[in-house]
Structures are given as C-alpha cells and as structure tokens.
Design a protein. Structure first.
Length: 362
C-alpha cells in the first residue's frame, strides 16, 4: 500500500527529533502530488515552524491539489506559531492522511473537523499504533498531567546494580554509556535521589555524543542534605532543581546563589514532584537511580518504560531493586519486552508495563 510508505517516511522524519521538540509533540509531514514527493518536513523545536509549514514551504505551488501525510493531527490554535490548519486550507491541499488525533483538549479532533469543513478529505488512523509510540511521552503528558517516566538501570548478568558497598562504576561499557547519553538527550529532565548525588557526584549532562541539549537536572532530597560543592550545583551547563521537604533557609540561599533552584514541597511525594515538573513543561523524565529511587517509582506505578542495560559480569552479593511488597511470583509485576538491542557483549532491553483496562496489571 503506497499510502503506508509515505506515512512511514513521515514517521521517520518525526523520529529524527523525538524528545527534542518538547513541550510540543514531534511531527513529520510528507506532501505528495501525482505520486511524487513535493515537500517534506518535521518540527525541529518549540517556537519554530511546525512540520506542515516546513513541508508546505518546500512544496510551494505544487501543494495545490496534493495529498498530505501527517503523523499527528494539525493544530487549530495560535500558540508559539500560527494554526497549521489555516495554512493547509490556504495551500489547496486536496486530501490529508492523519496517523493519530491530538489528545490535547485545545485540538482533540478539531483539526480534522476544520479541514473537513473546508472541503478537504481526511482519513484518520493510518499507522496509528506507530504514531502513538513516536509521541507516547507527549500523550502521557497531556492525558495524565504528568511527565512520561523512563526508568534506566544497568545491571550485571546476575541482576546486581551495584556491589554490596554501593559501587557501580562501571557495570556497563563506554559504548553502552554512550547509548545512555542518547536517552538523556531525548529527555526533558534526568532525575536522581540525593544518595546517588552524594555518593557518585554525577554531572548528569549529555556527553560523548553530538548534542546541543542538556536536560534539566532533578534531585529528590526530602531532608535537604545536598552539598553546594557537588558538580550538579557548581556546573552551569544545565539547570538543577532540588525538591525537598524541610526548610533550611541558609542552605537554600547558598544554593540559590550558585544558580540551583530549590522547590519546597510541604507534602513530599513522587506524585507531587511529577506534578511540579509537569507545571514546568517537562514532558519526559529519565530516572537514573539509584536503587531506592527506582524502587519507589515502581512501587507507586509512576513509570512508563524501563530501559535495562545488562552486562556480562558477575557481582555476587550486591544491591538490586528493593522490596516491592511482592511475596509470590504470581503477583509479580508484568512487563512487555518491546525492543532488544545488542551492543557488543551487552544487551539493552526496553520494557513497558502490561496494560489491562487502562491500568497496570499486577
């Protein structure tokens, strides 16, 4: 089916910027006339022209009477840029294939309705499943008013994420760590617990790969034990937000002088942390540990994807994910293996939760 080929190209264009257009979704567009591609485009960054506009500008007069393939329903409102539906109508597009409608209540089918009202034929649902995966983080952000949460873990072949002393450098190879930096690049924020900050003193920036993007650095620190001399406080290449549940005016002032942002939560909880990050337009959070922090996200069902790096090493007695309150194998948390990647002798497994009736199945 030739229509699928054109939509696949649009999806490929969208994937190029996956995670880099937040808080906007990532979108790809292909315009075809008489079987020939006359325009292509993808959304590069919030504030820049949307994919439809890029493709229409490339097509020029050839857009009149052409067919457009869109990975996401076009917008109908003024935001950082004008409505795309108006541009599509003005260009004289004859037919539009939309892979999936936009869950944003500002749009939510309005784009399709407006195009049809203008006499444009619209078909919805071509490669919908693939299109949903491309924007799964944006969909979670919109529908649940919280960021999409990816948990990242590196473990030995016997399932240990650190030795009994807490040492975890390095379970995986440099090649695997470069892959992990790509995960950071596509996230709006990278999150750790204060124990990891104090023990490992990580920088939490994107390194070893070409990138102009550093995610927001987030530290969960209920008792405000962070040290001003840590790298994530001293380094200014990315902002740092520290969530805490107790007041220490003197330390808060010192941190503020160094450029760190402290957010006091009277009711400290992961749910409230995610709500605040959503308010700050963080669409996707990458949780990099440690064991306690990852365990809490799992226990509270506040996760959407688990990326597990497995190295061909044996540690023996060591640390792993903590107690989830599961005492029988039949009650274990179920996951679906969505993707497996081989990096030399190491493996990367991408899991998503099993869904049943709209929720996690335990």
């Amino acid at each position: 089916m030739v229509e699928k080929n054109f939509m696949n190209l649009a999806l490929t264009l969208a994937r190029r910027r996956k995670g880099l257009t937040h808080p906007n979704p990532t979108v790809g567009c292909v315009i075809v006339k008489d079987g020939e591609i006359v325009g292509i485009g993808n959304h590069e960054k919030a504030g820049l022209p949307h994919a439809e506009i890029v493709a229409l500008n490339q097509a020029g007069e050839r857009a009149k009477g052409a067919t457009m393939y869109l990975t996401l329903e076009p917008c109908t409102h003024w935001g950082r840029t004008p409505p795309c539906t108006d541009a599509i109508i003005r260009a004289g597009i004859r037919k539009v294939y939309v892979a999936v409608t936009d869950p944003n209540p500002i749009i939510a089918g309005g784009g399709v309705k407006k195009l049809r009202s203008a006499g444009i034929e619209v078909e919805v649902g071509l490669l919908e499943k693939e299109a949903r995966v491309v924007n799964e983080d944006f969909f979670r952000y919109i529908t649940d008013s919280r960021p999409y949460v990816t948990l990242k873990l590196a473990q030995s072949a016997d399932g240990k994420i650190a030795t009994s002393t807490g040492d975890s450098k390095w379970i995986t190879s440099e090649r695997a760590r470069r892959f992990a930096h790509r995960l950071r690049m596509k996230a709006g924020a990278v999150l750790i617990g204060v124990e990891t900050a104090l023990r490992d003193d990580p920088l939490l920036t994107v390194r070893n790969i070409p990138s102009a993007h550093n995610p927001l650095r987030v530290v969960l620190d209920p008792d405000l034990r962070i040290k001003p001399e840590l790298k994530i406080i001293r380094d200014t290449s990315a902002p740092t937000v520290i969530f805490h549940g107790v007041r220490n005016r003197e330390l808060e002032e010192v941190l503020a002088e160094k450029g760190a942002i402290t957010v006091f939560l009277e009711n400290f909880s992961l749910k409230n942390v995610l709500e605040e990050l959503h308010r700050r337009e963080v669409v996707h959070v990458l949780v990099e540990g440690g064991a306690y922090t990852v365990t809490q996200f799992l226990k509270e069902n506040l996760w959407d994807r688990l990326v597990l790096f497995t190295s061909p090493k044996i540690i023996g007695e060591g640390r792993s994910i903590g107690d989830l309150g599961i005492d029988r194998v039949s009650s274990a948390m179920e996951m679906i293996l969505r993707r497996e990647i081989t990096l030399g002798d190491e493996r990367v497994f991408e899991y998503v939760p099993v869904m049943e009736k709209g929720g996690l199945r335990w």
